[in-house]
Design a protein. Structure first.
Length: 134
């Protein structure tokens, strides 16, 4: 069933463009530009999708989870906001009911950047290697 308004949906007096996504280790950088004619703010949302894995036995996991959000305040028309965000181990972990602890799982995660859960503007991948896991 499609919701009337997706998670993170918001009304704005302007339009925003996203560009320049770069991922270095666990740091994410991108730009948000006010492409409209009115001064406005934008909340950028960073989601992570779970990797395909045979080792996961923890139950159900959502296909994507909101991990961070960053607000670009009061941008004038044409103004650019550079966003830098850092993802920690918890962003890539799931709670194991069986083990009663957070589990950091190696794998290839998809990083999704957007204005809401269904309005994804950019994506890339990030690999968490086995040697990074305890």
């Amino acid at each position: 069933m499609k919701p009337a308004f997706e998670f993170g949906f918001g009304l704005s007096y302007s339009n925003f463009e996203y560009s320049g996504l770069k991922i270095d280790r666990r740091q994410i950088d991108f730009d948000v530009v006010n492409a409209g004619s009115m001064r406005a703010s934008e909340i950028s949302q960073i989601y992570i999708s779970v990797p395909e894995t045979e080792n996961f036995t923890g139950g159900y996991r959502s296909p994507k989870s909101l991990k961070l959000f960053v607000k670009s305040n009061d941008l004038a028309p044409g103004e650019r906001s550079h966003i830098t965000a850092q993802l920690d181990d918890r962003a890539f972990s799931y709670w194991s009911v069986k083990d009663q602890k957070w589990i950091l799982e190696p794998g290839t995660y998809k990083i999704l950047i957007g204005a809401s859960s269904r309005d994804i503007r950019m994506s890339s991948v990030m690999v968490v290697k086995a040697e990074e896991v305890e």
